[in-house]
Design a protein around this ligand. Structure first.
Ligand code: FAD
Length: 463
């Protein structure tokens, strides 16, 4: 007999969803969390803080109104780090409260402390006070997430060289910022700070970035970034990062030197598995701390131990992590979850936003599917005029054989919300006719779907 039906290690999106799902199936659950409060990376250092920061920056800077009133328009003239942090703290408190209430409503127990395996079914929880206690469970879910990669050669000091967990607590706003790594996190922070008129240099050793996004969209995005003087340094390795006279200086293999007030190192994250003593459970992890699972059940090589969320790798999103947590709990307790939909959306909360679902044009070509594209610019919609939008585009890709929608790619205001229309049509196997024949609210940015649909229809051979 065990103390619990399930122990969940970590209270981020996958752990939280698994715990609530298990509780709804009337199973006893213990969530172990080593942070000060529940919520995970998602609530405390990742998704919610970065999105709150973005919203605050866009509001205080008057970014959305600049199309009308010009680049010098500001809602608040002098924006300080404290202006950004005030809203952040309030939002995070609210998120934690909702989560704590959800746990207590569903009878999910929590233990604050660091978890490690002491046997395949036994988890030791060490509290900050030094107290240790061992709990056992029939099933264990490892939902420990990731931590930022902090290579030894980077002089992190918490004053002017930060990782992406620390940047949300920054003491002052810099006048210039180097961001190392043009992955999703790097691109988001680079463009958020640039919207605050911080002089940003984004450094990426590879010649391209965000390669999973449709290339035409990236071209549009890069044009926007360059237009507002965000410096992109692509295709050259970082040879050193050093503090010179108290300022971070980055040297690149091509001989360039980037000296800034502040540096954000955002070149990757690693699974937070090192403290878990996984050997005691017989679970293996790779050189990046990631755990391999069976994709449909989320079981590790040890059948009663599951893993979900960022610790299992791609796509490493809060949205997909939640689903994984639910699937793991359902499988553990004999409930078959429906097969996951073929396509899920990807949202990048840069300024401007990018969102995408389905195949890119590059993938469609690679698969040799006969296709046609339709493009709409937000400035072609009345809503775009009202909002003063100069930029923003939507691209849709259709099969010319079946007329089915293959992919939707959006860059611009509201992209991460708009994408869900395309997602629904895609997963319901809809065709171009949906966009041609249906009425959309007017004036909306969603009208771009109709415009892009008609654009593709005009190029396609009629049935
Ligand atoms: C800056 C940033 C922005 C992001 N933006 C988005 C976004 O816009 N949209 C999106 O969908 N995703 C976004 N993500 C990704 C998202 O945050 C993650 O996909 C998600 O948080 C992963 O959830 P998880 O279940 O793996 O747990 P996590 O949220 O990673 O939380 C893991 C928890 O486990 C705890 N833990 C670890 N080890 C132990 C241990 N030994 N004992 C006890 N507890 C332990 C940790 O303290 C932590 O609280 C972002 C991430 C970052 C870093």
């Amino acid at each position: 007999m065990h103390d619990f039906d399930m122990i969940v290690i970590g209270s981020g999106p996958s752990g939280r969803r698994a715990a609530v799902q298990a509780a709804k199936l009337r199973r006893s659950v213990l969530v172990v969390e080593k942070g000060r409060r529940v919520g995970g990376v998602s609530v405390h250092t990742g998704t919610i803080p970065s999105k709150t920061l973005r919203e605050t920056v866009l509001n205080l800077s008057g970014w959305r109104e600049r199309g009308f009133y010009g680049r010098s328009y500001r809602v608040k003239q002098d924006i300080h780090a404290n202006d950004l942090l005030a809203r952040l703290r309030k939002t995070l408190d609210h998120e934690v409260e909702v989560l704590e209430h959800q746990f207590s409503r569903n009878g999910v127990r929590t233990a604050m402390g660091s978890a490690r395996f002491v046997g395949p079914h036994q988890i030791e929880v060490a509290q900050d006070s030094g107290e240790r206690r061992i709990y056992s469970a029939a099933h264990v879910l490892i939902a420990c997430g990731t931590r930022p990669l902090r290579p030894d050669h980077v002089p992190f000091d918490g004053a002017c060289v930060f990782d992406s967990d620390e940047i949300i607590d920054l003491p002052d706003l810099p006048r210039s910022l180097a961001v190392i790594g043009a992955g999703v996190i790097g691109v988001e922070y680079a463009t958020i700070f640039s919207a605050l008129d911080v002089k940003v240099t984004l450094v990426e050793p590879r010649a391209s970035f965000l390669d999973f996004i449709d290339k035409e969209l990236i071209d549009e995005f890069v044009h926007d970034l360059r237009d507002r003087n965000l410096a992109l340094r692509l295709g050259s390795a970082v040879t050193s990062i050093a503090l010179e006279d108290g300022r971070p200086v980055t040297r690149l293999a091509d001989g360039r030197r980037v000296a800034t007030d502040m540096l954000l190192f955002a070149a990757g994250r690693v699974g937070a598995t090192e403290a878990l003593n996984l050997e005691a459970a017989g679970v293996a992890f790779d050189h990046r701390g990631r755990i391999a699972v069976s994709p449909h059940t989320l079981q590790t090589a040890v059948p009663h131990i599951y893993a979900a969320g960022d610790v299992i790798g791609f796509p490493s999103l809060a949205s997909t992590s939640m689903e994984q947590g639910r699937v793991a709990a359902c499988h553990a307790f004999g409930l078959a979850p429906p097969p996951p939909p073929e396509f899920f959306p990807y949202g990048i909360y840069s300024v401007p936003e990018i969102s995408t679902v389905g195949m890119t044009e590059e993938e469609v070509r690679q698969r040799q599917i006969p296709y046609e594209c339709g493009v709409a610019r937000f400035r072609e919609t009345s809503r775009g005029h009202i909002m003063g939008l100069n930029a923003g585009m939507m691209k849709m890709i259709f099969s010319t054989q079946t007329r089915r929608l293959l992919g939707v790619h959006i860059v611009g205001e509201g992209a991460t919300e708009l994408i869900h229309i395309g997602q629904a049509v895609l997963n319901l196997k809809g065709t171009i006719d949906y966009f041609i024949e249906n009425t959309f609210n007017y004036p909306t940015l969603a009208e771009a779907y109709k415009i892009a649909g008609l654009d593709a229809w005009n190029r396609m051979a009629r049935p």
